[in-house]
Design a protein around this ligand. Structure first.
Ligand code: PLP
Length: 449
């Protein structure tokens, strides 16, 4: 049995054998792992927070993708969202391509067992370091994006045979993370950039866009396809023969079917099959978010502090504007926080909710209403006050105490990969499972072999 404390979370494939993959549900795996942790006796780090990843969830998301979009759109997994070695290995075996943002991500993909062909990688960062471009050229990674003239000059110098994809700006106003603030050529610049590419004799093969990470409005995908069609037509006028459309990431679990319906219709209208354009996408969070859950231990607890104004109210002449109503009743301190896996609450604007997993150390795992739920704040383990995971979580204060465990769902995207070790706290490790019917489990194990 994997001891989740024994190994750092690998962010790139490793040469040593990967850890055991268990069976059963995520919750069963939490229970099994917690059975092996004795808070009274364990060594330092023994009660650390840890993830359980259900690889079958990644597999199911892929089947769902193939059902909805597979006929026309080939997924290139956005490695940045979670470069877990098992996840990458499973995806490589399932035939996905990879969207890489940097040379280390490219190396991670090319180091996978049964090394994927470099043509299955798109280096989808419009602003790249010169050394990374040279490295991509050396490794045969030809597909890469650009959105500015300086990048074209760099490509001419370091990778003249690259197959460039022009990233255009589209409406990303309904997304969690607005990538258009940083990347994407406005349509007014498209013709000029293509003229410059022609002058430099650079091979531009297509167009890409990104509707923003965590896109809430499916209609924006339809609008983006229309803009891409316009850019294709400009490309033809400037003498290029584009044959690749990259529709980016932004897909969310909850609205995936709605986005897919919009895409199928827009693609059929603007990029019909007969046109011969190959279409790829760069989904990240869609594939991994639900597959990972995190268990955290309550390492400390205190009664909520009186409001600042309560103290000042005792001093003459100071404002006494009390706000008793929204004061949390207790402050819980857990052993992962915003400098670790919960960086997703800051960088990715995620909102997370705890599920009580043990009460007085007895396994409960329940989302049921425990009689007396109170609004509490939940804090990470560091000494920084920005390290607050949830300002107002509803928890059963009367019965939940130090030593108990909380579970956090949907923790697979933009969590582990951006965690730091600030204050000396280690990154949370991963225990793997496959929760599926026996035939599906056997198939996933074969894909991982
Ligand atoms: N592609 C690019 C270029 C990105 O920058 C990102 C996210 O930042 C993605 C794909 C993945 O987006 P998502 O996880 O929302 O699917």
């Amino acid at each position: 049995v994997l001891d989740p404390r024994s190994r750092p979370t690998p962010v790139v494939p490793q040469t040593e054998p990967l850890p055991l993959v268990h069976s059963g549900s995520i919750v069963d795996n939490f229970r099994a792992a917690l059975d092996g942790i004795d808070i009274e006796e364990c060594e330092a780090h023994g009660e650390n927070a840890f993830f359980v990843c259900d690889l079958a969830e990644v597999y199911r998301q892929h089947m769902r993708w193939m059902r909805e979009l597979g006929a026309r759109v080939q997924p290139f997994f956005a490695v940045k969202s979670n470069p877990d070695p098992y996840v990458l290995q499973l995806m490589a075996s399932l035939g996905l391509g990879f969207d890489c943002a940097s040379q280390p991500e490219i190396s991670a993909v090319l180091a996978l067992p049964h090394k994927p062909d470099p043509s299955r990688i798109i280096y989808a960062n419009p602003c790249k370091a010169a050394s990374f471009v040279r490295n991509a050229a050396k490794n045969g990674v030809d597909y890469m994006t650009f959105d500015n003239g300086d990048e074209l000059a760099k490509i001419k110098k370091y990778h003249p045979s690259a197959k460039m994809v022009l990233r255009i700006l589209t409406d990303d106003s309904s997304s969690l993370c607005r990538l258009g603030l940083k990347f994407g050529a406005p349509l007014s610049e498209v013709r000029g950039l293509l003229k410059k590419a022609a002058e430099l004799d650079i091979n531009v093969v297509g167009v890409s866009f990104h509707c923003g990470s965590g896109c809430k409005d499916p209609a924006l995908f339809g609008d983006a396809i229309r803009r891409a069609r316009w850019a294709f037509d400009v490309g033809a006028e400037e003498g290029f023969k584009f044959d690749l459309l990259d529709i980016g990431g932004g897909f969310e679990d909850e609205n995936f079917e709605l986005i897919s319906a919009v895409l199928r219709e827009a693609i059929a209208e603007h990029f019909p099959l007969e046109g011969g354009v190959r279409i790829i996408a760069e989904p990240g969070r869609y594939y991994v978010s639900r597959a990972f859950q995190l268990a955290t231990n309550i390492i400390a607890r205190r009664a909520a502090r009186e409001g600042i104004n309560d103290e000042t109210s005792m001093m003459e002449g100071l404002d006494m504007d009390d706000d008793d109503e929204h004061k949390p009743t207790a402050m819980y301190y857990i052993n992962d926080g915003v400098y670790g896996a919960f960086n997703c609450t800051l960088f990715d604007h995620q909102v997370v909710h705890p599920v009580v997993m043990t009460l007085s150390d007895v396994f409960q795992d329940s989302q049921q209403e425990f009689g007396n739920l109170e609004e509490c704040s939940v804090w990470g383990p560091t000494c920084d006050s920005i390290d607050v995971v949830q300002q107002a979580a509803k928890l059963p204060v009367d019965v939940l105490s130090v030593g108990d465990w909380l579970r956090w769902e949907n923790m697979g995207a933009y969590t582990i990969c951006a965690a730091s070790q600030f204050n000396g706290f280690r990154k949370s490790l991963v225990r793997y499972t496959i929760d599926a019917e026996p035939e599906v489990e056997a198939r996933i194990r074969a894909l991982l072999a």
